[in-house]
Design a protein around this ligand. Sequence first.
Ligand code: S2G
Ligand code: ZN
Length: 456
Amino acid sequence: MTQALDECLSPKQIRRDADSLQHWGVDWTRSFPVAPSAVVFPDSTDDVVRLVQLANREGLSLVPSGGRTGLSGGAVASDGEVVVSFDRMDRVLGFEPADRLVTCQAGVVTQALQAYAAEQGLFYPVDFASSGSSQIGGNIATNAGGIKVIRYGLTRDWVAGLRVVTGSGALIDCNHGLIKNATGYDLRHLFVGSEGTLGFIVEADIRLTTPPEPQLVMVLGVNRFRDVLAVLGCFQNALTLTAFEFFSELALQKVTAHRGLARPLAGEAPFYALLEFDESAVELAAEAFEACLAEGWVQDGVLSQSQAQAANLWQLREGISESIAGYTPYKNDLAVRISQMPDFLDEVDALVQESYPDFEVCWYGHIGDGNLHLNILKPQGLAAEAFFQRCHEISPRIFERVAFRNGSISAEHGVGLLKRDFLSYSRSSEELAVMEALKQVLDPGQIMNPGKLLRR
Ligand code: S2G
Ligand code: ZN
Protein backbone atom coordinates (compact mmCIF):
# COMPACT_ATOMS: atom_id res chain seq x y z
CA MET A 1 0.00 0.00 0.00
CA THR A 2 2.69 2.50 0.94
CA GLN A 3 4.81 1.52 -2.10
CA ALA A 4 3.11 4.50 -3.80
CA LEU A 5 5.20 6.76 -1.52
CA ASP A 6 8.18 5.96 -3.75
CA GLU A 7 6.38 7.89 -6.52
CA CYS A 8 6.64 11.24 -4.74
CA LEU A 9 9.61 11.03 -2.37
CA SER A 10 13.21 9.86 -2.75
CA PRO A 11 14.41 6.66 -0.98
CA LYS A 12 16.33 8.73 1.60
CA GLN A 13 13.06 10.38 2.58
CA ILE A 14 11.26 7.12 3.40
CA ARG A 15 11.91 4.67 6.26
CA ARG A 16 10.15 1.38 6.90
CA ASP A 17 12.58 -0.33 9.31
CA ALA A 18 11.24 -1.42 12.70
CA ASP A 19 13.45 0.94 14.73
CA SER A 20 12.36 3.98 12.71
CA LEU A 21 8.70 3.00 12.89
CA GLN A 22 8.97 2.66 16.66
CA HIS A 23 10.98 5.88 17.10
CA TRP A 24 8.87 8.21 14.96
CA GLY A 25 5.53 6.47 15.48
CA VAL A 26 5.03 7.69 19.04
CA ASP A 27 5.12 10.80 21.22
CA TRP A 28 5.57 11.04 25.02
CA THR A 29 2.45 8.98 25.69
CA ARG A 30 2.98 5.34 26.44
CA SER A 31 -0.59 4.02 26.57
CA PHE A 32 -1.24 3.32 22.89
CA PRO A 33 0.09 0.70 20.43
CA VAL A 34 2.70 1.99 17.97
CA ALA A 35 2.24 0.60 14.47
CA PRO A 36 2.93 2.97 11.55
CA SER A 37 3.49 1.53 8.06
CA ALA A 38 6.22 4.04 7.12
CA VAL A 39 7.88 7.28 8.18
CA VAL A 40 8.52 9.99 5.57
CA PHE A 41 10.66 13.12 5.76
CA PRO A 42 9.53 15.88 3.38
CA ASP A 43 12.18 18.52 2.58
CA SER A 44 9.83 21.21 1.32
CA THR A 45 6.28 22.45 1.13
CA ASP A 46 6.09 21.02 -2.41
CA ASP A 47 6.95 17.58 -1.01
CA VAL A 48 4.10 17.94 1.50
CA VAL A 49 1.60 19.01 -1.18
CA ARG A 50 2.54 16.05 -3.40
CA LEU A 51 2.37 13.68 -0.42
CA VAL A 52 -1.13 14.85 0.56
CA GLN A 53 -2.35 14.54 -3.04
CA LEU A 54 -0.90 11.00 -3.19
CA ALA A 55 -2.47 10.09 0.18
CA ASN A 56 -5.89 11.18 -1.08
CA ARG A 57 -5.45 9.12 -4.26
CA GLU A 58 -4.21 6.04 -2.38
CA GLY A 59 -6.33 6.38 0.79
CA LEU A 60 -3.25 6.68 3.03
CA SER A 61 -3.72 8.06 6.57
CA LEU A 62 -1.07 10.65 7.53
CA VAL A 63 0.07 11.43 11.09
CA PRO A 64 2.01 14.73 11.51
CA SER A 65 5.09 14.39 13.70
CA GLY A 66 7.19 17.21 15.16
CA GLY A 67 9.22 16.97 18.35
CA ARG A 68 7.06 14.02 19.53
CA THR A 69 6.71 15.54 23.02
CA GLY A 70 2.90 15.34 23.02
CA LEU A 71 1.12 13.92 26.05
CA SER A 72 -2.25 12.98 24.60
CA GLY A 73 -1.25 10.62 21.80
CA GLY A 74 -1.79 13.24 19.10
CA ALA A 75 1.30 12.09 17.18
CA VAL A 76 0.90 8.34 17.75
CA ALA A 77 0.46 6.13 14.66
CA SER A 78 -1.20 2.97 15.93
CA ASP A 79 -3.05 1.69 12.86
CA GLY A 80 -0.73 1.50 9.85
CA GLU A 81 -0.65 5.25 9.19
CA VAL A 82 2.24 7.02 7.47
CA VAL A 83 4.10 9.28 9.91
CA VAL A 84 5.10 12.62 8.34
CA SER A 85 8.11 13.94 10.22
CA PHE A 86 9.17 17.60 9.92
CA ASP A 87 12.68 16.89 11.20
CA ARG A 88 14.14 17.95 7.82
CA MET A 89 12.04 21.11 7.43
CA ASP A 90 13.88 22.86 10.25
CA ARG A 91 15.15 26.07 8.65
CA VAL A 92 14.63 29.70 9.66
CA LEU A 93 13.61 31.18 6.32
CA GLY A 94 13.79 34.87 7.11
CA PHE A 95 13.69 37.67 9.64
CA GLU A 96 12.25 41.18 9.27
CA PRO A 97 13.53 43.55 11.99
CA ALA A 98 10.95 46.19 11.15
CA ASP A 99 8.14 43.67 11.56
CA ARG A 100 9.88 41.84 14.41
CA LEU A 101 8.83 38.67 12.56
CA VAL A 102 10.80 35.47 12.01
CA THR A 103 9.62 32.99 9.36
CA CYS A 104 10.25 29.37 10.33
CA GLN A 105 9.66 26.01 8.77
CA ALA A 106 7.49 23.80 11.00
CA GLY A 107 10.42 21.67 12.14
CA VAL A 108 12.35 24.47 13.86
CA VAL A 109 12.92 23.37 17.47
CA THR A 110 11.38 25.77 20.00
CA GLN A 111 14.66 26.35 21.82
CA ALA A 112 16.39 27.12 18.48
CA LEU A 113 13.73 29.75 17.80
CA GLN A 114 14.29 31.23 21.27
CA ALA A 115 18.06 31.35 20.57
CA TYR A 116 17.54 32.88 17.13
CA ALA A 117 15.35 35.59 18.67
CA ALA A 118 18.04 36.35 21.26
CA GLU A 119 20.65 36.67 18.48
CA GLN A 120 18.46 39.40 16.96
CA GLY A 121 18.24 41.13 20.38
CA LEU A 122 14.62 40.02 20.72
CA PHE A 123 12.66 37.43 22.71
CA TYR A 124 10.30 34.53 21.94
CA PRO A 125 8.44 34.16 25.24
CA VAL A 126 6.55 30.86 24.99
CA ASP A 127 8.51 28.36 27.08
CA PHE A 128 8.07 24.93 28.72
CA ALA A 129 10.12 21.98 29.91
CA SER A 130 10.10 20.21 26.49
CA SER A 131 11.27 23.26 24.47
CA GLY A 132 14.59 21.55 23.73
CA SER A 133 12.80 18.86 21.70
CA SER A 134 9.44 20.29 20.64
CA GLN A 135 9.05 21.92 17.23
CA ILE A 136 7.23 25.16 16.43
CA GLY A 137 4.85 23.34 14.08
CA GLY A 138 3.74 21.03 16.88
CA ASN A 139 3.58 23.95 19.34
CA ILE A 140 1.18 25.68 16.95
CA ALA A 141 -0.84 22.52 16.26
CA THR A 142 -1.43 22.13 20.01
CA ASN A 143 -1.41 25.85 20.94
CA ALA A 144 1.28 25.09 23.52
CA GLY A 145 1.22 27.19 26.70
CA GLY A 146 3.89 26.55 29.34
CA ILE A 147 5.26 28.66 32.14
CA LYS A 148 4.93 32.29 31.03
CA VAL A 149 1.32 32.38 29.79
CA ILE A 150 0.26 34.68 32.64
CA ARG A 151 2.38 37.45 31.09
CA TYR A 152 2.86 36.50 27.42
CA GLY A 153 -0.11 34.33 26.48
CA LEU A 154 -0.05 31.14 24.42
CA THR A 155 1.53 30.12 21.11
CA ARG A 156 -1.60 31.35 19.30
CA ASP A 157 -0.82 34.91 20.37
CA TRP A 158 2.55 34.85 18.59
CA VAL A 159 1.51 33.42 15.23
CA ALA A 160 1.29 36.29 12.74
CA GLY A 161 1.07 34.12 9.64
CA LEU A 162 0.79 30.45 8.68
CA ARG A 163 1.29 28.38 5.55
CA VAL A 164 -0.81 25.23 5.76
CA VAL A 165 -1.30 22.31 3.36
CA THR A 166 -4.89 21.24 3.99
CA GLY A 167 -6.10 17.64 3.95
CA SER A 168 -7.25 18.15 0.36
CA GLY A 169 -3.78 19.32 -0.71
CA ALA A 170 -4.55 23.05 -0.98
CA LEU A 171 -1.78 25.41 0.19
CA ILE A 172 -3.32 28.23 2.25
CA ASP A 173 -1.26 31.30 3.20
CA CYS A 174 -2.99 32.80 6.29
CA ASN A 175 -2.70 36.49 7.26
CA HIS A 176 0.77 37.17 5.73
CA GLY A 177 2.18 38.38 9.07
CA LEU A 178 -0.14 41.39 9.26
CA ILE A 179 -0.96 42.98 12.62
CA LYS A 180 -4.37 44.13 11.37
CA ASN A 181 -6.41 42.35 8.73
CA ALA A 182 -10.19 42.70 8.98
CA THR A 183 -11.10 40.71 5.87
CA GLY A 184 -13.28 37.92 7.20
CA TYR A 185 -12.69 34.69 9.13
CA ASP A 186 -9.12 34.47 10.42
CA LEU A 187 -8.32 30.95 9.15
CA ARG A 188 -4.96 31.07 10.94
CA HIS A 189 -6.77 30.46 14.22
CA LEU A 190 -8.57 27.44 12.83
CA PHE A 191 -5.30 25.61 12.35
CA VAL A 192 -3.81 26.66 15.71
CA GLY A 193 -4.74 23.85 18.10
CA SER A 194 -6.09 21.59 15.30
CA GLU A 195 -3.63 18.82 16.22
CA GLY A 196 -2.87 17.95 12.60
CA THR A 197 -6.48 16.99 11.86
CA LEU A 198 -7.16 19.74 9.27
CA GLY A 199 -3.82 19.99 7.48
CA PHE A 200 -0.03 20.26 7.86
CA ILE A 201 1.46 23.48 9.22
CA VAL A 202 4.53 23.89 6.99
CA GLU A 203 5.69 27.46 7.77
CA ALA A 204 4.90 30.14 10.35
CA ASP A 205 5.57 33.86 10.74
CA ILE A 206 6.29 34.21 14.46
CA ARG A 207 6.15 37.51 16.35
CA LEU A 208 9.06 38.39 18.62
CA THR A 209 9.12 40.94 21.44
CA THR A 210 11.47 43.01 23.57
CA PRO A 211 13.44 40.91 26.05
CA PRO A 212 12.32 41.41 29.69
CA GLU A 213 14.72 42.87 32.26
CA PRO A 214 16.55 40.32 34.45
CA GLN A 215 14.08 38.20 36.43
CA LEU A 216 13.89 37.22 40.09
CA VAL A 217 12.34 33.97 41.35
CA MET A 218 10.54 33.50 44.65
CA VAL A 219 9.37 30.20 46.14
CA LEU A 220 6.80 30.46 48.95
CA GLY A 221 5.56 27.76 51.33
CA VAL A 222 1.74 27.92 51.24
CA ASN A 223 -0.51 26.52 53.96
CA ARG A 224 -3.71 25.53 52.14
CA PHE A 225 -4.67 24.74 48.57
CA ARG A 226 -7.00 27.70 48.25
CA ASP A 227 -4.43 30.08 49.77
CA VAL A 228 -2.35 29.63 46.60
CA LEU A 229 -5.02 31.69 44.80
CA ALA A 230 -5.06 34.32 47.56
CA VAL A 231 -1.30 34.68 47.15
CA LEU A 232 -1.75 34.99 43.36
CA GLY A 233 -4.27 37.79 43.84
CA CYS A 234 -2.08 39.62 46.35
CA PHE A 235 1.01 39.57 44.12
CA GLN A 236 -0.91 40.25 40.90
CA ASN A 237 -2.40 43.40 42.46
CA ALA A 238 1.07 44.55 43.45
CA LEU A 239 3.24 43.84 40.37
CA THR A 240 3.46 42.25 36.91
CA LEU A 241 4.11 38.51 37.23
CA THR A 242 6.10 36.73 34.53
CA ALA A 243 5.13 33.35 35.98
CA PHE A 244 3.01 31.95 38.81
CA GLU A 245 3.36 28.20 39.20
CA PHE A 246 2.55 25.84 42.05
CA PHE A 247 3.40 22.33 43.20
CA SER A 248 2.65 20.09 46.18
CA GLU A 249 5.05 18.77 48.85
CA LEU A 250 4.90 15.32 47.24
CA ALA A 251 5.91 16.79 43.87
CA LEU A 252 8.80 18.56 45.60
CA GLN A 253 9.92 15.32 47.24
CA LYS A 254 9.91 13.51 43.89
CA VAL A 255 11.89 16.18 42.05
CA THR A 256 14.48 16.77 44.81
CA ALA A 257 15.02 13.01 45.12
CA HIS A 258 15.23 12.49 41.34
CA ARG A 259 17.52 15.43 40.61
CA GLY A 260 19.39 15.63 43.90
CA LEU A 261 18.26 19.22 44.37
CA ALA A 262 18.25 21.10 47.66
CA ARG A 263 14.87 21.88 49.21
CA PRO A 264 13.93 25.57 48.82
CA LEU A 265 12.90 26.23 52.44
CA ALA A 266 14.00 25.06 55.87
CA GLY A 267 10.67 23.40 56.59
CA GLU A 268 7.96 21.52 54.74
CA ALA A 269 4.76 23.13 53.46
CA PRO A 270 1.72 21.43 51.95
CA PHE A 271 2.08 23.53 48.79
CA TYR A 272 4.60 25.84 47.13
CA ALA A 273 4.12 28.80 44.83
CA LEU A 274 6.91 29.72 42.42
CA LEU A 275 6.80 33.31 41.17
CA GLU A 276 8.94 35.08 38.60
CA PHE A 277 8.99 38.86 38.10
CA ASP A 278 11.16 41.78 36.92
CA GLU A 279 14.03 42.55 39.30
CA SER A 280 12.86 46.19 39.47
CA ALA A 281 9.71 44.96 41.25
CA VAL A 282 11.65 43.40 44.13
CA GLU A 283 10.43 45.94 46.73
CA LEU A 284 6.81 45.47 45.66
CA ALA A 285 7.29 41.69 45.88
CA ALA A 286 8.75 41.98 49.38
CA GLU A 287 5.74 44.01 50.50
CA ALA A 288 3.34 41.50 48.96
CA PHE A 289 5.19 38.68 50.70
CA GLU A 290 4.86 40.43 54.07
CA ALA A 291 1.14 40.92 53.43
CA CYS A 292 0.72 37.19 52.64
CA LEU A 293 2.62 36.30 55.82
CA ALA A 294 0.37 38.57 57.87
CA GLU A 295 -2.69 36.92 56.37
CA GLY A 296 -1.36 33.47 57.28
CA TRP A 297 -1.41 32.33 53.64
CA VAL A 298 2.31 31.65 53.52
CA GLN A 299 4.72 30.40 56.17
CA ASP A 300 8.11 31.03 54.60
CA GLY A 301 9.75 32.08 51.35
CA VAL A 302 13.04 32.36 49.47
CA LEU A 303 14.11 34.98 46.89
CA SER A 304 16.74 34.13 44.29
CA GLN A 305 20.06 35.94 44.87
CA SER A 306 21.58 34.97 41.53
CA GLN A 307 20.57 33.69 38.09
CA ALA A 308 22.06 30.33 39.09
CA GLN A 309 19.83 30.14 42.15
CA ALA A 310 16.84 31.24 40.08
CA ALA A 311 17.55 28.40 37.65
CA ASN A 312 17.79 25.92 40.54
CA LEU A 313 14.46 27.09 41.91
CA TRP A 314 12.89 26.72 38.47
CA GLN A 315 14.21 23.14 38.31
CA LEU A 316 12.00 22.34 41.30
CA ARG A 317 8.99 23.06 39.07
CA GLU A 318 10.18 22.18 35.59
CA GLY A 319 11.74 18.91 36.70
CA ILE A 320 8.51 17.46 38.12
CA SER A 321 7.23 15.92 34.91
CA GLU A 322 10.45 14.02 34.22
CA SER A 323 10.86 13.09 37.91
CA ILE A 324 7.49 11.34 38.10
CA ALA A 325 7.64 9.76 34.60
CA GLY A 326 8.96 6.55 36.18
CA TYR A 327 5.67 6.18 38.10
CA THR A 328 3.71 5.82 34.82
CA PRO A 329 1.49 8.71 35.87
CA TYR A 330 -2.12 9.02 34.82
CA LYS A 331 -2.19 12.64 33.73
CA ASN A 332 -4.95 15.18 33.97
CA ASP A 333 -4.42 18.65 32.52
CA LEU A 334 -7.39 20.71 33.71
CA ALA A 335 -8.33 24.38 33.47
CA VAL A 336 -11.01 26.54 35.04
CA ARG A 337 -11.26 30.30 35.32
CA ILE A 338 -9.19 31.71 38.19
CA SER A 339 -12.37 32.80 40.00
CA GLN A 340 -13.54 29.17 39.99
CA MET A 341 -10.21 27.74 41.10
CA PRO A 342 -10.44 27.78 44.95
CA ASP A 343 -13.71 25.80 45.10
CA PHE A 344 -12.65 23.62 42.18
CA LEU A 345 -9.40 22.71 43.94
CA ASP A 346 -11.27 21.69 47.09
CA GLU A 347 -13.82 19.63 45.12
CA VAL A 348 -11.25 17.74 43.06
CA ASP A 349 -8.98 17.20 46.07
CA ALA A 350 -11.86 15.64 48.02
CA LEU A 351 -12.83 13.53 45.00
CA VAL A 352 -9.26 12.34 44.47
CA GLN A 353 -8.72 11.49 48.14
CA GLU A 354 -11.98 9.54 48.17
CA SER A 355 -11.29 7.78 44.85
CA TYR A 356 -7.57 7.10 45.20
CA PRO A 357 -6.91 6.63 48.94
CA ASP A 358 -4.13 4.19 48.06
CA PHE A 359 -2.47 6.19 45.25
CA GLU A 360 0.11 8.98 45.48
CA VAL A 361 -1.30 12.14 43.85
CA CYS A 362 0.98 14.87 42.49
CA TRP A 363 -0.44 18.36 42.09
CA TYR A 364 1.41 21.00 40.10
CA GLY A 365 0.85 23.44 37.27
CA HIS A 366 0.45 26.91 35.86
CA ILE A 367 -2.14 27.95 38.38
CA GLY A 368 -1.65 31.62 37.46
CA ASP A 369 -3.48 30.91 34.19
CA GLY A 370 -5.98 28.48 35.70
CA ASN A 371 -4.16 25.32 34.60
CA LEU A 372 -3.82 22.38 36.98
CA HIS A 373 -1.72 19.25 36.31
CA LEU A 374 -3.12 16.40 38.42
CA ASN A 375 -0.93 13.30 38.12
CA ILE A 376 -1.90 10.02 39.77
CA LEU A 377 1.22 7.87 40.37
CA LYS A 378 1.03 4.15 39.69
CA PRO A 379 1.84 2.05 42.78
CA GLN A 380 4.88 -0.19 42.16
CA GLY A 381 2.97 -3.43 42.60
CA LEU A 382 -0.05 -2.56 40.45
CA ALA A 383 -0.13 -3.56 36.76
CA ALA A 384 -0.34 -0.58 34.39
CA GLU A 385 -3.49 -1.93 32.73
CA ALA A 386 -5.36 -2.20 36.04
CA PHE A 387 -4.04 1.17 37.18
CA PHE A 388 -5.14 3.02 34.02
CA GLN A 389 -8.51 1.28 34.14
CA ARG A 390 -9.06 2.44 37.74
CA CYS A 391 -8.06 6.02 36.83
CA HIS A 392 -10.15 6.00 33.66
CA GLU A 393 -13.17 5.05 35.75
CA ILE A 394 -12.71 8.10 38.00
CA SER A 395 -11.97 10.59 35.22
CA PRO A 396 -15.64 11.21 34.34
CA ARG A 397 -16.31 12.33 37.94
CA ILE A 398 -13.44 14.81 37.73
CA PHE A 399 -14.59 15.96 34.28
CA GLU A 400 -18.10 16.47 35.63
CA ARG A 401 -16.69 19.03 38.06
CA VAL A 402 -14.77 20.64 35.19
CA ALA A 403 -17.95 20.77 33.07
CA PHE A 404 -19.94 22.19 36.00
CA ARG A 405 -17.50 25.09 36.08
CA ASN A 406 -17.29 25.48 32.26
CA GLY A 407 -13.67 24.46 32.43
CA SER A 408 -11.46 22.46 30.05
CA ILE A 409 -10.58 18.77 30.30
CA SER A 410 -7.38 19.58 28.41
CA ALA A 411 -5.85 22.96 29.16
CA GLU A 412 -2.66 22.73 27.09
CA HIS A 413 -1.77 19.09 26.28
CA GLY A 414 -4.44 18.73 23.59
CA VAL A 415 -7.01 15.99 23.04
CA GLY A 416 -5.27 13.52 20.71
CA LEU A 417 -6.38 9.97 21.53
CA LEU A 418 -6.29 10.28 25.32
CA LYS A 419 -9.09 12.81 25.82
CA ARG A 420 -11.09 12.33 22.60
CA ASP A 421 -13.84 10.31 24.21
CA PHE A 422 -14.29 12.91 26.96
CA LEU A 423 -14.52 15.95 24.66
CA SER A 424 -18.23 16.47 25.35
CA TYR A 425 -17.37 17.48 28.93
CA SER A 426 -15.85 20.66 27.51
CA ARG A 427 -17.43 21.18 24.07
CA SER A 428 -21.16 21.43 23.30
CA SER A 429 -22.86 19.22 20.74
CA GLU A 430 -23.31 22.31 18.56
CA GLU A 431 -19.58 23.04 18.70
CA LEU A 432 -18.70 19.43 17.94
CA ALA A 433 -21.02 19.53 14.91
CA VAL A 434 -19.20 22.61 13.59
CA MET A 435 -15.82 20.97 14.23
CA GLU A 436 -16.90 17.84 12.30
CA ALA A 437 -18.17 20.05 9.42
CA LEU A 438 -14.88 21.96 9.28
CA LYS A 439 -12.97 18.67 9.24
CA GLN A 440 -15.14 17.57 6.28
CA VAL A 441 -14.40 20.78 4.37
CA LEU A 442 -10.65 20.81 4.96
CA ASP A 443 -9.96 17.07 4.97
CA PRO A 444 -12.74 15.48 2.88
CA GLY A 445 -10.67 12.33 2.39
CA GLN A 446 -10.31 11.96 6.19
CA ILE A 447 -6.57 11.31 5.74
CA MET A 448 -5.33 13.82 8.32
CA ASN A 449 -4.52 12.24 11.70
CA PRO A 450 -7.72 10.15 11.67
CA GLY A 451 -9.17 9.31 15.10
CA LYS A 452 -7.36 12.16 16.87
CA LEU A 453 -9.35 14.96 18.56
CA LEU A 454 -12.54 13.83 16.76
CA ARG A 455 -13.84 10.35 16.15
CA ARG A 456 -13.26 9.14 12.61
C1 S2G B 1 4.20 20.85 32.98
C2 S2G B 1 4.59 19.00 31.41
C3 S2G B 1 3.98 17.75 31.07
C4 S2G B 1 3.39 17.01 32.27
O1 S2G B 1 5.12 20.40 33.70
O2 S2G B 1 3.76 21.99 33.01
O3 S2G B 1 2.78 20.55 31.05
O4 S2G B 1 4.04 16.14 32.81
C5 S2G B 1 3.55 19.89 32.03
O5 S2G B 1 2.27 17.29 32.68
ZN1 ZN C 1 2.07 22.36 31.83
